[in-house]
Design a protein around this ligand. Structure first.
Ligand code: KG4
Ligand code: ZN
Length: 341
């Protein structure tokens, strides 16, 4: 089965073609980062308008790259939520219109399920069951995964998502958007131990997270330094490192706890923050101690992309699931409500 995948939930237009027998045939991405950078975050209306502009040329590009004509496409998968409603509507309308025109089924994919399954596109995919840490700009969740659509939420952030904390901390340090890669870049030059940030909610049982306090801690630290006349680049790097270490260690502690609690050995990390090198290294070390394994996608498929949507949609279509012709998107959509495959 050959599935065209469309991703438009936020600020990247992603298009890909996935074949259940031959794997990924082509994928293309247009990132709107430059468009939103001046505003320090995503402006929803601008995002929607840009998806409209990019979608059809990207679809043509992907079909050309794969050497494929519309008659060879068996179905269309699109992100139906969660995300920005206006942005989602662009992908959903486009998918439903093409599905109608080409006479093929369309399936709405849950964006976080797309992220969760992205490591399946790699050479050594994880086997079910496993624990998944989903860390993106909008979500931080620990999930027990027994199969596609068989999800049990173990814990989640009570306030800011991990990626959101990276973005907000970067902004208050005067760094660019998105903040995750910027903080990671500065952290490489940071002085270990100069600042020590708290590890929120690790001193009590449970698998929930809270990251909004770290942003305030960073703000107070940065203000204190500036009041003392130190607004140097090095201090920014030192704060970036201390912040990143706190997030990474907190996530690692909770992942370890989740693995112990579920008696599972395999961990999947997915979503934009799973591209973070320090996080990968820390988790790898922890899993080494537990004699388990950590799985993640190549960096390009950690952040938003069309390939993960094409893959996730293909699995559901192969199981006989698809949607009617209604254009239906959701800003919020609990992943546990998805049907099992
Ligand atoms: O999954 P994603 O592309 O979009 C959402 O579904 O939200 O995740 C974007 C988030 C942003 O908050 C961004 O700052 C963060 O992922 N991110 C990173 C890194 N690359 C992206 N955070 C930390 N380190 C990175 N290398
Ligand atoms: Zn995402």
């Amino acid at each position: 089965m050959r599935v065209l995948g469309l991703e438009t939930s936020c600020d990247e237009t992603g298009v890909a073609l996935y074949d259940s027998e031959h794997g990924l045939l082509a994928d293309a991405l247009f990132s709107q980062i430059d468009l939103h950078r001046v505003y320090g975050g995503v402006v929803p209306e601008l995002a929607s308008r840009d998806h409209v502009k990019r979608m059809l040329p990207l679809i043509r590009q992907v079909l050309d790259e794969a050497g494929c004509v519309p008659q060879q496409i068996d179905a269309i998968a699109y992100t139906a939520g969660p995300g920005l409603v206006g942005a989602l509507l662009v992908g959903a309308s486009c998918a439903q219109a093409l599905a109608f025109a080409w006479g093929v089924p369309a399936v709405g994919v849950h964006h976080m399920e797309g992220h969760l399954l992205a490591p399946m596109l790699e050479e050594q995919p994880p086997q079910f069951p496993f624990v998944a840490l989903l860390v993106s700009g909008g979500h931080t969740q620990l999930v027990r995964v027994d199969g596609i659509g068989r999800y049990q939420l173990l814990g989640e952030s009570l306030d800011d998502a991990a990626g959101e904390a990276f973005d907000k901390t970067a902004k208050l340090l005067g760094l660019g958007y998105p903040g995750g890669p910027e903080i990671a870049r500065l952290a490489e030059r940071g002085t270990p131990g100069r600042f020590v940030f708290p590890r929120p909610m690790t001193d009590r049982p449970g698998l929930d997270f809270s990251f909004s306090g770290l942003k305030t801690f960073a703000l107070n630290t940065w203000q204190r330094c500036r009041e003392a006349g130190d607004d140097s680049e090095q201090t920014r790097c030192d704060i970036a490192l201390a912040f990143q270490q706190a997030v990474v260690e907190t996530l690692t502690i909770k992942c370890r706890r989740a693995l112990k609690q579920t008696h599972l050995k395999n961990l999947v990390i997915a979503g934009g923050v799973s591209a973070n090198r320090a996080l990968r290294e820390h988790l790898q070390k922890m899993l080494g101690e537990l004699k388990g394994q950590v799985f993640y996608a190549r960096p390009r498929f950690c952040t938003d992309n069309g390939a993960m949507i094409a893959y996730a949609g293909c699995q559901r279509l192969l199981a006989g699931q698809h949607d009617g012709p209604a254009i239906d998107v959701r800003a919020r959509w609990p992943m546990e409500s998805l049907p099992a495959v």
